[in-house]
Design a protein around this ligand. Structure first.
Ligand code: PRP
Length: 213
């Protein structure tokens, strides 16, 4: 058996991912310890886990330093890497939305719209598909501040519970797409480690279908 290197996105998808792996029979006890280690193995050493920033998961997979990974569809759309998206894991459900002040909703079709986002590629593509020429401002977090302090008219961001928007007096103006966690695989690994990857994918797929995660 060849060891698989798994890239896990730190943050909101991590807990559900570990839960899913445990249901597949992976002994995740070492992953649950409170540690700042970035590389850990399962108890049986069949898997090596690397904990990376969500936006970097597709890079590790594309470069082949990780064989498989779990990452949000938002990151896949934004990063556009050459990797296989094998499964919709059906957790981490949320939407990519345009949000802003309700009272300004009539102005969202203006051509010089200022759009703040962590997801500049998704935003650019969305407005290009509408034939709109907009001014996109790249931020790396707290994008809700954009309309509040007048940096932008709207934001393009993930909405999960809607609480962040609500707490800041903003609202969803348009939904761009639905999002969820995806299982991704390096193209070469799928061939060279097929005997290790496919059984794991089949197990995960069966668990997802049973909706037990
Ligand atoms: C995301 C997103 C929103 C928030 C939405 O940020 O950018 O700010 O979550 O979630 P809600 O609808 O449940 O309130 P995240 O927490 O990932 O942090 P970040 O802004 O630092 O990336």
């Amino acid at each position: 058996m060849k060891q698989l290197t798994v890239a896990l996105a730190k943050g909101r998808l991590a807990e559900k991912t570990v839960e899913l792996l445990e249901k597949c029979g992976v002994n995740c006890a070492p992953l649950k310890k409170d540690t700042r280690k970035l590389v850990l193995c399962d108890a049986d050493e069949k898997y090596k886990f690397i904990f990376v920033k969500p936006a970097d998961v597709p890079t590790y997979i594309e470069r082949g330093v990780a064989d498989i990974g779990v990452v949000g569809k938002d990151t896949l759309l934004e990063e556009g890497k050459d990797i296989y998206e094998m499964l919709d894991l059906k957790f981490g459900l949320c939407s990519m939305c345009v949000a802003g002040f309700e009272r300004k909703s009539e102005s969202i079709t203006q051509n010089n719209l200022r759009v703040a986002s962590k997801y500049v590629n998704i935003a650019r593509e969305f407005y290009a598909s509408k034939g709109m020429d907009v001014d996109i401002v790249k931020l790396t977090g707290s994008v809700e501040l954009g309309p509040i302090i007048g940096l932008s008219d709207v934001i393009v961001d993930i909405v999960e519970s809607g609480k962040t928007l609500e707490a800041n007096g903003l609202t969803v103006l348009e939904e761009i797409c639905k999002l969820s966690a995806r299982l991704v695989v390096n193209k070469v690994s799928l061939k060279t480690k097929n005997a290790e990857i496919m059984p794991l994918i089949e197990k995960i797929s069966a668990i997802i279908e049973e909706k037990t995660v």
